[in-house]
Design a protein around this ligand. Structure first.
Ligand SMILES: *Cc1c(COP(=O)(O)O)cnc(C)c1O
Length: 347
């Protein structure tokens, strides 16, 4: 009765080891739905890789990984006094992006470990150059042992981010912060290598999620279960809205709905009025208002008979097309980071 993520263990792990081999300072990222696999499972994978730090997105995600990964836990969302736990935790590395937060964190826990985040062209969080200098001054007069480096969160793709990183590094030096570790995201192997050559006093640590966990898409298959099948004649009523079947076929009930993150796809190709008129003239199912679903049967993408329900969806299979049996599994295309799988099978 499930939407299942099947993982080819050998390929999944070979990809992880390939990345670790080129980036030995790798910091795996486990956040959100765990890239489809679940954060606890990713923490186990990170433990098996033998890395010394795992990054999570938020403080709320710490409990799910803490028992599965034995070493340091970097929280990517910046510290705020209204969100961070009040109990000191020596395994946690906080991210700090404002002077008031640095003061707040150290007031709560003078031993706290932290990285200072420098604002990048993303404009998400972090210190401006002037604020970073103020933070540097504050740390010099406060002898904090917990400083673990500087973090940059860079945009994805596009042109090279190297020149931006070089500028950001100059700010770090100007702030008088000791050369320790630079924690970065979304740089290519070549950019990371170049950065390491330019700043040999620093350890460059890439935070990687997507490429590490989902880098080999061929390692994954997603399948839903056929729960029921009902033959219908043209005009028969079905569904929450009691709509009429536009032609003879089968209403197929499959696992997976809005609770899994399964949603409506863009309407079928007939997006222009002219194409739509053509579809209506041909009496196509999309003319009857059926929209494309992410499910496919025997390689053919099928239409929703009505919008997905919470845990199940109704598909329409026209007469003549193969109808799978109850209990069979069919392919469903999903976004891994936006899907709640009922089961993850790694084998
Ligand atoms: C999510 C995240 C990453 C990892 O991003 P991927 O694209 O999944 O590799 C790195 N750094 C920060 C700050 C993030 O929030």
């Amino acid at each position: 009765m499930s939407v299942t993520l099947y993982v080819d263990a050998a390929r999944f792990r070979a990809n992880q080891h390939r990345i670790l081999a080129t980036q030995p300072e790798l910091v795996p990222v486990a956040k959100g739905n765990g890239y489809g696999l679940g954060n606890a499972r990713l923490a186990e994978e990170a433990r098996a890789l033998g890395v010394d730090t795992l990054a999570v997105g938020t403080y709320a995600e710490l409990p799910a990984v803490a028992d599965h990964f034995p070493a340091s836990l970097l929280v990517l969302t910046p510290w705020r006094d209204f969100e961070a736990p009040t109990e000191p935790n020596p395994r946690v590395i906080h991210t700090v992006g404002r002077l008031e937060d640095l003061k707040g964190l150290l007031a709560r826990d003078p031993e706290a470990r932290f990285v200072l985040e420098r604002l990048t062209s993303m404009l998400r969080h972090g210190f401006t150059p002037r604020e970073l200098r103020a933070a540097g001054d504050f740390l010099q007069s406060n002898e904090s042992a917990g400083f673990e480096g500087i973090a940059f969160h860079l945009p994805m793709g596009g042109a090279s981010h190297l020149s931006e990183v070089q500028r950001l590094m100059t700010d770090a030096v100007a702030a008088g912060l000791p050369p320790t570790t630079i924690w970065v995201s979304h740089l290519t192997d070549a950019e990371l290598a170049q950065l390491g050559r330019s700043w040999p006093d620093y350890t460059i640590r890439p935070r990687i999620g997507t490429d590490l966990w989902l880098g080999d898409r061929g390692a994954f298959a997603v399948r839903a279960t056929v729960l029921d099948a009902h033959e219908v004649e043209r005009g028969d009523l079905f569904g929450y809205r009691g709509r009429a079947a536009p032609k003879t076929g089968t209403v197929l009930v499959v696992s997976g709905g809005t609770a899994h993150g399964i949603g409506l796809e863009a309407p079928t190709g007939a997006s222009t009025i002219k194409a739509r008129a053509g579809a209506i003239a041909r009496g196509g199912l999309d003319a009857a208002g059926f929209v494309r679903s992410p499910y496919s049967i025997g390689g053919k993408q099928r239409l929703f008979a009505e919008p997905p329900h919470m845990q199940a969806s109704m598909l329409f299979v026209p007469q003549g097309a193969p109808v799978p049996a109850v209990g069979d599994e069919i392919d469903v295309r999903v976004r891994y980071t936006a899907t709640a799988f009922d089961r993850v099978v790694i084998s």
